[in-house]
Design a protein around this ligand. Structure first.
Ligand SMILES: [Zn+2]
Length: 172
């Protein structure tokens, strides 16, 4: 059917739509033949004509990012028909809120510890509390989150897909 050489094989979109991939095909730069599932997802969720319209309305330098986000959203929607990528977003938002609470609690403990140390140092009769306080605090803080003590949480980007552990890619 198609020639064995890759330079004239149709893009994944034209192959999927069973049409001839003409020079200047708007899909060709973003849907290479070796990624058939990417277009299949985008077509299933958004529809080929809507994607064509969307790409034509964008400046050429914006199209790659647009296709990336369409493919991301479409894959999420295919894997999670109810929540789509909103499921991943709300999961990450809950994580951020939880980590912010832990960070606030850690900072509050640090302030209490620092104040306690200063007050104790001002009283000559008081025993030095530093060692015990550090142990007590590390016991309080040491809930599984080992090295994260009073560091600002950093999030990897792009975020790992919560659906990655199901399967990598399947058939159309
Ligand atoms: Zn094409």
């Amino acid at each position: 059917m198609a020639s064995s050489s890759s330079y004239n094989s149709p893009c994944a979109a034209c192959k999927f739509l069973r049409r001839k991939c003409m020079p200047g095909c708007i899909f060709a730069p973003y849907f290479p033949p070796d990624e058939p599932q990417k277009f299949a997802n985008v077509h299933k969720i958004f529809g080929a004509s809507n994607v064509t319209k969307l790409l034509n309305e964008l400046l050429p330098h914006q199209r790659e990012d647009a296709v990336y986000s369409l493919a991301y959203e479409a894959e999420a929607r295919v894997k999670d028909p109810v929540y789509g990528c909103v499921g991943a977003i709300s999961h990450l938002q809950r994580q951020v809120e939880q980590l912010q609470k832990e960070l606030d609690a850690a900072n509050a403990d640090l302030i209490r510890y620092a104040c306690g140390e200063i007050q104790s140092a001002a009283l000559p009769a008081a025993p030095p509390p530093a060692v015990n306080s550090v142990h007590a605090m590390s016991r309080r803080m040491g809930n599984n989150e080992g090295g994260a003590f009073y560091q600002t949480p950093s999030f990897p980007f792009p975020y790992p897909h919560p659906w990655d552990d199901h399967s990598s890619s399947g058939n159309i």
